[in-house]
Design a protein around this ligand. Structure first.
Ligand code: G1P
Ligand code: ZN
Length: 538
């Protein structure tokens, strides 16, 4: 096999979850550096089996060809690739586990817009199907700084349009239907017969695939298998630019779906997923279910579904996610874990059998069935629960609030802040923490504040400075942290929460007014970044 080695000049990608402008990835040797560094970090490619696929965005096809040629030249024995280069993130996680692969490359920038002037991303997942650990990420990063050449098989492009096995030098490439094994997994987890009966009984739904990767999955599962009416799935053909949209399933970016669900002709349920299929949005007729509430409600009802009939081992939520799921864990008598933002922290807990369901306020929910969050899984879990309880989304949510009280919740994002200013704000806030307790801000008094630090109960690692938490005596909480996934400037996220045991019918923003005012005062937002209005409120 002829191997071409090319010196790498100057490109220094970051860690395992690399997300940059597409044109950055298109620079000579940039992607190649990351791939070769990953092979260096995992002890070489020789004898390994890898899963490769992506969300279909612009540059997906090119990147997959490069990765396949590099995998062959690095001695990989078997590559499992989604037909056309397509795999949703949860489906890729499942394929790694199902095939006992050594890991996989997932090409996506999640919900970020796609196109030559938008974003691209790549990450390496390990043998458990989950995102690389911090230790492996650090190894990959170090290797990007030290490698001097990469290996690439000198061959033409591989045709990925048909399903089957092809060879690239000594490497077998198994081109698989992206949906097939994922659908089989969902069939094992859920009572498809009950969901079929629900649709057969006239239940109506709209699933907005937002021109991204879940279109083919949703069509095959909802329409072709479960009997949802044709046309239930909209925007179902994945496009390289996601139709020019922003495939983030929240009330802002999925506005057409929200408008429909709040109108007189709303179907029984609305749902959407993001660019790579790991996020979900759930809307009932006239009611948006916040991701934090959705997590809590799914956990409280999971026992009604075959996969979770034996109960949950525990529940994990990311720190900024509301405390609603903690209340459910308490009621069930199981452990509740609070982890830093990002799915990778759930992996250890899932692997150790300490939790069964996990979730984040940013519309990610998942379980032990894979090691990524899973958009369609969450939709199917809701459908299965609706089929068993024979109530509407709204009835189930209201009943939950009546039982547990309601955690009013909203996130404010301030985007494109100059990084120095964002750092000034966070450093200033950090310095104030020790003196905050007892201070009054408008209508609220601070009970306690800290910079969140996480001790992983499985491997003992510590992650510090994962955001500032401010708890108030009223039962409110404000969290401030900087986003780690943006590609332009800094994004400040302010997460607001107010619990009420009895008042469950207030307007969310009114219920959060006091905590919002207090949070903005405490961090000196206006003085430091020169504005007080968020770019996005979810
Ligand atoms: C955001 C979300 C976080 C999620 C991540 C990847 O990260 O807030 O919950 O895990 O995207 O989907 P952030 O930009 O806040 O660092
Ligand atoms: Zn995503």
């Amino acid at each position: 096999m002829k191997i071409e080695t090319t010196p790498i000049e100057g490109q220094k990608p970051g860690t395992s979850g690399l997300r940059k402008k597409t044109r950055v990835f298109m620079q000579p040797s940039y992607l190649e550096n990351f791939i070769q560094a990953t092979f260096a970090a995992i002890g070489g490619g020789a004898g390994k089996t890898l899963v490769i696929g992506g969300d279909g965005r612009f540059f997906n096809k090119r990147a997959i060809q490069t990765i396949l040629k590099m995998a062959a030249a690095n001695g990989v024995t078997k590559a499992i690739v989604g037909q056309g280069g397509i795999l949703s993130t949860p489906a890729a996680s499942h394929l790694i586990r199902l095939n006992e692969a050594d890991g996989g490359f997932i090409l996506s920038a999640s919900h970020n817009p796609a196109g030559i002037d938008q974003d691209f991303g790549i990450k390496f997942n390990g043998a458990n199907g989950g995102p690389a650990t911090d230790t492996l990420s650090a190894k990959i990063y170090d290797a990007t700084l030290s490698i001097t050449a990469y290996h690439l098989a000198d061959t033409g492009d591989i045709d990925l349009q048909g399903v089957g096995v092809v060879h690239l030098d000594d490497m077998e490439i198994h081109i698989v239907d992206p949906v097939e094994s994922y659908l089989a997994l969902m069939e094992q987890l859920f009572d498809f017969t009950a969901i079929q009966a629900l649709f057969a009984g006239g239940f109506t739904m709209r699933f907005d695939a937002m021109h991204a990767v879940t279109g083919p999955y949703a069509r095959a599962i909802l329409e072709e298998t479960l009997g949802a009416a044709a046309g239930t799935v909209v925007n179902g053909i994945p496009l390289e630019d996601f139709g020019g949209g922003h495939p983030d399933p929240n009330p802002i970016w999925a506005k057409p779906l929200m408008d429909l669900m709040m109108s007189d002709h709303a179907p029984d349920m609305g749902a959407a997923s993001d660019g790579d299929g790991d996020r979900n949005m759930i809307v009932g007729r006239g009611i948006y279910v916040t991701p934090s509430d959705s997590l809590a409600i799914l956990c409280a009802n999971a026992h009604l579904v075959p996969a979770y009939a034996g109960g949950l081992a525990g529940i994990a939520r990311s720190m900024p996610t509301s405390a609603a799921s903690d209340r459910v864990a308490k009621n069930l008598g199981i452990d509740a874990f609070e982890t830093p933002t990002g799915w990778k922290f759930f992996g250890n807990l899932l692997d150790a059998g300490k939790v069964t369901i996990c979730g984040e306020e940013s519309a990610g929910t998942g379980s032990s069935h894979v090691r990524e969050k899973d958009g369609l899984w969450a939709v199917l879990l809701w459908l299965n629960i609706l089929a068993v309880r024979k109530q509407s989304v709204s009835e189930i949510v209201t009943d939950h609030w009546q039982t547990y009280g309601r955690d009013y919740y909203s996130r404010y994002d301030f985007e494109g802040i100059a990084p120095e200013r964002a750092n000034t704000l966070m450093t200033g806030l950090g310095a104030k923490i020790p003196a905050l307790a007892g201070q009054v801000f408008g209508a609220l008094t601070v009970a306690k504040a800290d910079a969140f630090s996480y001790l992983d109960p499985v491997d003992g690692s510590v992650s510090e400075n994962q955001g500032v938490r401010i708890f108030f005596e009223s039962g409110a909480r404000a969290v401030l942290r900087l986003s780690g996934t943006g590609t332009q400037g800094a994004t400040l996220r302010i997460y607001l929460e107010q619990y009420s045991a009895t008042d469950i019918a207030l307007d969310t923003q009114s219920a959060l007014k006091d905590v919002r005012d207090a949070a903005l005062m405490i961090c000196d937002l206006e003085a430091i970044i020169g504005r007080s209005r968020p770019d996005v409120i979810t």
